[in-house]
Design a protein around this ligand. Structure first.
Ligand SMILES: [Zn+2]
Length: 292
């Protein structure tokens, strides 16, 4: 985490500002602890990634394997004991998704640039230069890196540690990445010129995410999705399709622009393994905040 990001983040439990203790530093904070003086919440920074999660035990309850990996790799004793304690306090163990999250990093890394990424890059480059951008579900940082080339400061949020590790490897000076739940408001009520959320409606409750987006967006919103809601147990509760997404955006005070009023079907290819290729047809929506 860049130290300059500190004023922009907040305690995800109570919304208070955070104090930083640095244990290892090299151009940025590699290991450290963020703590809240108001509610005593603590958030470790591991491998330059701040874990802004409300309940670490709950986070590790489906990622005990990640917890074990972190225990082995973290150097600082304070962080080690925090992880250990969180692992011990797990109340109910769920199916571990550590390997799944790690496998998806491999798939995203392998997958070549498809029409979808090219289109999004084009849209982002054409937007007027902006100071602050947030990307929900930034994953390995492909789009954050592209966005950072033409805009000011980029904040990426994702819940996958291994994906963020890849994003950090890009060493983008004007981008920082946070392990957090988009719905827990790690940036408080901060406004962003552009809010980006690509292919995450299956993963983050759409209506709640739209509420956050409405609150955050100052100028533009860039959304895309293949509406692939068939995820069994982990499916979101309220599904939005191409029509309902557009009507919700209009209701929230956005104007659809750049020929995105009508649904699109842009190819997004993912190489899952040598014998399996996913070819999504993604819908892209660019909207502008209507001035009052
Ligand atoms: Zn707090």
């Amino acid at each position: 985490m860049h130290e300059s990001s500190l004023p922009y983040i907040q305690c995800v439990r109570c919304g208070h500002s955070l104090e930083l203790e640095t244990f290892e530093e090299k151009n940025e904070i590699i290991e450290g602890l963020l703590s809240c003086v108001q509610c005593n919440g603590v958030y470790p920074i591991i491998s330059s990634i701040p874990f802004l999660v409300e309940d670490l035990s709950l986070f590790f309850s489906i990622r005990a394997k990640l917890g074990g990996y972190l225990l082995l790799n973290v150097k600082d004793k304070k962080i080690k004991s925090l992880i250990k304690q969180s692992l011990q306090e797990i109340k109910k163990v769920g199916d571990d998704i550590t390997d799944l999250e790690r496998n998806w990093v491999g798939i995203y890394k392998k997958s070549k640039y498809s029409a979808f990424q090219i289109k999004v890059r084009h849209v982002i480059k054409k937007l007027p230069q902006c100071d602050f951008v947030v990307e929900h579900g930034c994953s390995i940082g492909t789009m954050s890196e592209i966005t950072a080339k033409s805009h000011g400061k980029i904040f990426g949020i994702d819940k996958s540690f291994f994906a963020l590790l890849e994003a950090k490897k890009r060493k983008i000076n004007n981008a920082d990445f946070f392990l957090a739940d988009s719905l827990s408001r790690p940036f408080g009520t901060m406004k962003f010129d552009i809010v980006v959320a690509l292919n995450v409606l299956e993963l983050i409750e759409p209506l709640q995410l739209l509420k956050i987006i409405k609150m955050q967006a100052k100028r533009f919103v860039l959304l895309s999705d293949p509406y692939d809601y068939e995820r069994g147990k982990s499916s979101v509760k309220v599904r939005l399709d191409e029509k309902s997404l557009r009507s919700k955006l209009k209701q929230a005070g956005f104007k659809l622009i750049n020929n995105t009023r009508k649904p699109s079907f842009i190819s997004w290819k993912l190489d899952v393994n040598p014998r399996l290729e996913l070819n999504y047809k993604v819908d892209l929506v660019l909207a502008a905040v209507l001035r009052k």
